[in-house]
Design a protein around this ligand. Structure first.
Ligand SMILES: Nc1ncnc2c1ncn2[C@@H]1O[C@H](COP(=O)(O)OP(=O)(O)OP(=O)(O)O)[C@@H](O)[C@H]1O
Ligand SMILES: [Mg+2]
Length: 273
């Protein structure tokens, strides 16, 4: 589905050129969920942004490839990449309010995302938008469609972003810390929602997170990054039970014990997958 090979990106700044990621290689197989973990500044977001062609103007992919459904995204023309990004790859960023346009109604934003890829009548679009908002459990979808981003809570705004990202039934969903800007009580709901949308559409998922517990629950495979490099990658079950790299062991050791671990009578949540 997505094969990233030797991806290397750098930024040009006052202090010269800084290499942000170096020789990053990993795969997202069809129908699987892959988590990228690593400490802050390890290159998770730069990896995602390099793949999606979303680096700022002073940033650049200097070598490597990102093959998606047989096409190298790195070598693709900007306009063609934008087409793929909206239609075949859905992107959910950390802050939903950064993804939504504050001065356009939500309905207008559905219309824009739709129109970029497909012709559809106004009323059909409205019906589709309502259906999609319902599928991500947005309450009062008619009112939400008429309204603006600032009227929504963080959790509701991220649901809208997810509905927009899924509008063209992408085969790959990329989410970069999709819940860190949200209330803890809402975080799991949003992850469950992304997970449900991914499974329903038999899509692949590339999920960036700080939280190894999230990877354990939602992902088949994990990519561990440190200082711009991939230090370890493999099946979650293998990597978490038998990490081959010291840094992975440190990450795992840093996870606080689950509160129920101290209470012998409670067995904790059911383990999925
Ligand atoms: N816009 C930018 N300009 C210059 N340097 C950047 C920029 N974005 C990232 N970097 C640098 O690239 C490296 C990787 O950053 P990146 O944002 O990918 O880390 P991250 O793993 O996503 O961290 P976090 O968990 O905090 O989101 C860091 O050294 C960072 O300072
Ligand atoms: Mg980041």
């Amino acid at each position: 589905m997505l094969r990233v090979t030797g991806l290397t990106s750098q930024f040009r700044g006052r202090a010269g050129v800084v290499r942000a990621i170096d020789d990053v290689t990993f795969e997202v197989p069809e129908g699987e969920a892959v988590g990228i973990v690593g400490e802050t500044g390890s290159g998770k977001s730069v990896t995602i942004r390099s793949v999606l062609g979303l680096l700022p103007s002073y940033g650049k992919v200097v070598s490597g490839s990102a093959e998606f459904e047989g096409t190298d995204l790195i070598r693709l023309h900007r306009s063609r990449l934008r087409e793929i990004r909206g239609a075949r790859i859905g992107f959910v960023a950390q802050n939903p309010f950064g993804s939504l346009n504050p001065v356009l109604s939500i309905e207008k934003q559905f219309r824009n995302v739709m129109r970029a890829h497909r012709r559809i009548s106004r009323s059909d679009l409205r019906d589709l938008a309502l259906e999609r908002l319902e599928s991500v459990q947005v309450r009062g979808p008619e009112r939400v469609l008429r309204g603006y981003a600032h009227e929504l809570s963080g959790g509701m705004a991220q649901r809208v972003v997810i509905a927009l990202a899924m509008l063209h039934d992408p085969s790959l969903v990329i989410a970069d810390e999709p819940t860190t800007a949200l209330d803890v009580t809402v975080q799991r709901q949003i992850l469950d929602l992304i997970d449900a949308q991914v499974k329903q559409g038999r899509r692949s998922l590339l999920l960036v997170t700080h939280d190894l517990g999230v990877v354990a629950q939602y992902c088949h495979r994990v990519v561990v990054m440190k200082s711009g490099k991939v230090v370890e990658t493999g099946l979650v079950a293998d990597v978490f039970t038998n990490p081959s790299h010291d840094y992975t062991r440190q990450l795992l050791a840093a996870v606080p014990p689950a509160p129920w671990a101290a209470v012998p009578s409670l067995s904790g949540p059911e383990v999925h997958r």
